[in-house]
Design a protein around this ligand. Sequence first.
Ligand SMILES: Nc1ncnc2c1ncn2[C@@H]1O[C@H](COP(=O)(O)OP(=O)(O)O)[C@@H](O)[C@H]1O
Ligand SMILES: [Mg+2]
Length: 254
Amino acid sequence: MSPVFEVEDLRRNFGGLAVTNNVSITLDKGDRVALIGPNGAGKTTFVNLVTGNLKPHSGSVRLDGVDVTRFNAMQRVRAGLVRSFQVTRLFFDMTPEEHVALAILQREGRSGRMFGGYARMPEVMMEVDDILSTLGLLALARKKVGEIAYGQQRLLEIALALALKPKVLLLDEPAAGVPQSDTARIERALAKLPADLAVLMIEHDMDLVFRFAKRVIVLSAGTVIFDGSPADVTRDAQVREAYLGSYANAGSIA
Ligand SMILES: Nc1ncnc2c1ncn2[C@@H]1O[C@H](COP(=O)(O)OP(=O)(O)O)[C@@H](O)[C@H]1O
Ligand SMILES: [Mg+2]
């Protein structure tokens, strides 16, 4: 099986410093991979490079066999490379149902003026219900986003990404800012993601990383220093050394 996502020798410098230093990563269909690394390792920069929000200085990104390196962000989304939305981009006066319906209509290239009529489109409503139930949000479908808990707003970000029918889903810290009591909800939702979707998750919560990921990639100072099983990552000498300098994470990886 050829990989659905292939990043090869991706490089980006900021002021002479290689923040992404010839990074190569491949994902197969159905992969569940966590990308971790100390603060400043280059995780967010990597996501911005592969989503087309930042231009690499060299290297390539292939999606399902198509070279998308020169695609802009929107073209990459259309090709199936989707990152979860940010809570700051949700509309607090709109409902989860409206958000997901809008995303589906956008995917289908239907006119914005038809938006009000989505309730009369049974195929759209069925898909909305399906996606909201995957994320455990069905009971909140018609509440205002401003009235639902932060953890559930973060799940809605993932719902919106799913509505775009991705082949590869990038999740940038889905549990960040979510109270510990709500992370189980996120974990349950992640477990229900479509089986053939390839998922790359950046996450600091190591409990979540270990429960979710079948493979862990560690980035340190812009370089991949580990790509292997969750069982091996904590034993890896280079990984331990990379985290030693980072007080915040030293305890969680040890
Ligand atoms: N636009 C930018 N200009 C200059 N330096 C940047 C820029 N964006 C990120 N950096 C630097 O790149 C490094 C990696 O940052 P980042 O990708 O945010 O790391 P992470 O997400 O792993 O914490 C940091 O040293 C950061 O200061
Ligand atoms: Mg970051």
